[in-house]
Write a protein of this length. Sequence first.
Length: 138
Amino acid sequence: MEVSVSTTPDVIMMEADTEKLGRVFNNLIVNALKYGDGGKHIFLDATKVGSEVVVKVSNDGPPIPNDALNQLFDRFYRVEESRSQETGGTGLGLAIAQSIVTLHGGYIYAESSADLTSFVIHLPLKIGQTLTQRGTEK
């Protein structure tokens, strides 16, 4: 698969826990590789919109059925149980990704069509009190 990366503007600065967000992006990219059977591209797009950054991780593999989109972030949910033997995994990756994004004051959702499946993340450029306070609690 070919990976394309684009940002608008070219450089976007934000406050975040890089290790935790790295885990989110790793999960989404690995999922695109695992489940994007037949796809040729993975697109990583980051755009600054007002006081937030919108990040899309997309692939041109087979679409996710519409009735599954709302359940993707549920713990242990798998779109097709039969795929778990082929691809491994526990069905926890997207639930963990959602938790990390939420701790950063953002949100994540999925959209899928015949052309692209995208995971869209909205994150504030500046972390609010939620994450900063958690880091200082004992």
